[in-house]
Design a protein around this ligand. Structure first.
Ligand code: PMP
Length: 355
């Protein structure tokens, strides 16, 4: 740290992203990317836009929001587009949480929430999940605080039904409830359906997972126009050109090719079922998942040992050091071929460890 770093930020502990190794080729099952490339139209749209990069992008994201409106069935002013849902979440925390509206979220959830709270000096409380990693909805009823819930949750993959989300939203009318739906397209029911009914519901989503575009950085928020206007106040005070020209074209093209992405999601869900069964047969405990990953532990193999052994064999999964989950690994669902290799490598490791 330099002597110039301000006291205000010097104690900040940054978020640690999953490894993106550039040295050797791994089977990458560690950051919940899609194993499938973007659709044909996306590649074409990006190539065509390359000759216009001397011009700024459209700060209103007109084309993108027009396509979003068609896919999600709400008017264009119910959408805000951001540089990944990470940025949407950061802006939403800035807009809707402070000392008067402290944040609450589960103790086991997306690791960026406490970091965004810290950088914005927002007080926050972590509510422990139940023993089986499920949310006790009663913990969030009538809290009078700004709530953020990832549904499905990460890194567990656990999903709570829309009726429970609605209870939480309804019982906290003076606070915004942020539902992070990064993984909703892998079998869950979206809370977007509730957005017209509740003025305090803010739903976030991303193109990084189900739409195969982690590399373009495109996320969004869906809410009534008053909440969207607040996010735009933050956005235009930070970086109005947060969506670059290539990202914008890629996103709009993807929204016109939904069938391709929906089919890919179905494939991932099928592969998830196969992998879950294979892991269960190998003695793992697997949390039922509605996301594009599985959270699993094996009572005979230490979580970190398995992560390191798989890495040694060219398969990257995600291991977290937090006490409550250190026995687990989070495994992204890839192609059947990748899943077969994962299972084969685990069998090898079990043999080597004699368990
Ligand atoms: N929310 C959750 C729960 C996530 O796991 C992730 C992915 N790291 C994100 C949001 C952010 O995704 P992105 O910024 O790529 O849209």
């Amino acid at each position: 740290m330099s002597k110039f770093f301000t006291d205000r930020l010097s104690s900040l502990v940054p978020y640690v992203p999953g490894e993106q190794p550039q040295d050797k080729k791994y089977i990458k099952l560690n950051t919940n990317e899609s194993p499938f490339p973007p659709s044909e139209g996306v590649r074409k749209a990006v190539a065509e836009e390359a000759s216009k990069l001397q011009l700024y992008s459209d700060p209103e994201c007109t084309e993108l929001r027009r396509e979003m409106a068609k896919v999600y069935g709400l008017p264009e002013d119910w959408f805000v587009m951001n540089n990944g849902s990470d940025e949407t979440l950061n802006f939403a925390f800035m807009a809707f949480a402070d000392e008067k509206h402290p944040l609450v979220f589960p103790d086991i959830t997306y690791g960026f929430y406490p970091v965004f709270a810290e950088i914005n000096h927002i007080p926050y409380e972590e509510i422990p999940l139940k023993e089986d990693f499920s949310i006790d909805v009663n913990d969030y009823i009538g809290l009078g605080k700004t709530v953020v819930i990832a549904n499905p949750n990460a890194p567990t993959g656990k999903y709570i039904p829309l009726s429970d989300i609605e209870k939480i939203v309804k019982s906290n009318p003076q606070n915004v409830v942020i539902i992070d739906e990064a993984y909703i397209d892998f079998g869950g029911e979206s809370a977007v359906a509730l957005v017209p009914k509740y003025d305090n519901l803010f739903v976030t989503g991303t193109f990084s997972k189900s739409r195969s575009m982690a590399g373009v950085r495109l996320g969004f928020g869906i809410a009534n126009p008053a909440l969207i206007a607040d996010i735009n106040t933050v956005r235009f005070s930070t970086n109005p050109y947060n969506i670059n020209r290539l990202t914008s074209k890629a996103g709009a093209a993807a929204l016109r090719e939904q069938k391709y992405y929906n089919d890919n999601c179905k494939t991932i869900m099928k592969n998830r079922e196969w992998t879950e069964k294979a892991l269960l047969e190998l003695g793992f405990e697997v949390i039922p998942s509605k996301s594009n990953f599985l959270f699993a532990e094996n009572p005979d193999i230490d979580g970190e040992t398995l992560y390191l052994a798989l890495k040694e064999k060219g398969v990257l999964v995600r291991h977290f050091t937090k006490e409550r989950i250190k026995q687990y690994n989070r495994i992204t669902i890839g192609t059947m071929e990748q899943m077969q290799i994962l299972v084969d490598k685990i069998k090898e490791i079990k043999g080597e460890l004699g368990v």
